[in-house]
Design a binder for this molecule. Structure first.
Ligand SMILES: [Zn+2]
Length: 317
């Protein structure tokens, strides 16, 4: 087990203490790209986490980035109320989530990077720099979010990836990149590696939207971590597709490069808001089937030791 340190919203903890980890999720979010789907109710988010915790969840990585309704104060409150560790994020999403005129849209790489580093080292900005007078939250971010578009990285997304690379090199934090429908994986990794980021610091998210085991094995063999989160997302494909995919990637020798999350990015996905599949689904419904497919050791690597290794802060490069 890793003996590194992970930064949670309530402070640094040994990576070996994370336990079963939901490697990509959201507790608070608001995006102009998803009107009517915002979720900002602390009681409901706390209920969702407590329900998942009753089935064994110990850590949630909350990947809401700058400009999408991050709430570091509420992340601390949910963590305290539920007993579940929460890792908060800094960084930026893909273009579609920033309205015209948002400061993120035209910011320089230097400014984008400076704010990522501030979130990681000093404390998360409570208003995402829309209020210069606000005091930094006590919570420090523990991971960096970035995003790319469908089959391409736009010019603005490239700048944000460069800023994420600077933040990661300076602090050792991992970068989780939103891929659009699982595309542009190699291109994103090429770009980050050209910026000096080690493959072990890179996580590609939503790759299972394109459940192509050969492609995933290729990306994993570069040393990149694959994060899957379409379990229970039946509108895309049945869970059997994700189970087949994991089975194939594990059989190809890359069981150490897979993590799972729920990515409840819309209010409709929360049980606590009257929707589904909900955060507990990972452990109540998907993981029992996964254990049946690949066994306990490979399942525990995906749920426990892989996230502990990836989210542990590396030595600054
Ligand atoms: Zn997400």
């Amino acid at each position: 087990m890793t003996d590194g340190v992970v930064m949670t919203v309530t402070g640094p903890v040994p990576a070996s203490s994370l336990g079963v980890t939901n490697a990509h999720d959201h507790l608070f979010l608001r995006s102009p790209a998803m009107p009517g789907q915002e979720f900002e109710d602390i009681d409901r988010s706390t209920r969702e986490v407590i329900d998942a915790a009753s089935h064994g969840l110990r850590t949630v990585v909350e990947m809401t980035p700058i400009g999408l309704g991050r709430r570091p104060d509420l992340l601390r409150a949910v963590s305290s109320a539920s007993g579940v560790a929460v890792i908060g994020a800094t960084g930026y999403h893909r273009d579609t989530h920033y309205p015209a005129g948002h400061w993120v849209t035209d910011a320089s790489v230097d400014l984008l990077a400076e704010r990522i580093v501030a979130d990681l080292e000093d404390g998360m900005h409570p208003a995402d720099w829309t209020d210069d007078g606000a005091e930094l939250d006590a919570a420090r971010a523990g991971a960096i979010k970035a995003g790319a578009s469908y089959h391409h990285v736009s010019e603005r997304e490239r700048r944000r990836l460069e800023a994420a690379a600077i933040g990661s090199r300076r602090t050792g934090a991992a970068i989780l990149v939103h891929t659009e429908i699982g595309t542009a994986g190699h291109e994103i990794v090429d770009l980050l590696e050209a910026c000096g980021v080690a493959a072990g610091r890179i996580i590609l998210s939503h790759l299972d939207r394109n459940p192509d085991a050969e492609l995933h094995a290729e990306i994993a063999s570069r040393g990149v971590t694959l994060e899957y989160n379409t379990l229970g997302r039946t509108k895309y494909h049945p869970d059997s597709t994700v189970l087949d995919l994991i089975g194939e990637v594990v059989a190809a020798g890359h069981g150490d490069r897979i993590m799972l999350g729920c990515d409840l990015g819309r209010r409709d996905y929360f049980r606590a808001y009257g929707g589904g599949p909900g955060m507990a689904y990972l452990l109540t419904t998907f993981v029992p089937r996964l254990r049946g497919r690949i066994g306990d050791a490979a399942t525990d690597a995906i749920l426990v030791s892989n996230p502990a290794r990836v989210y542990a802060l590396a030595a600054p490069a």
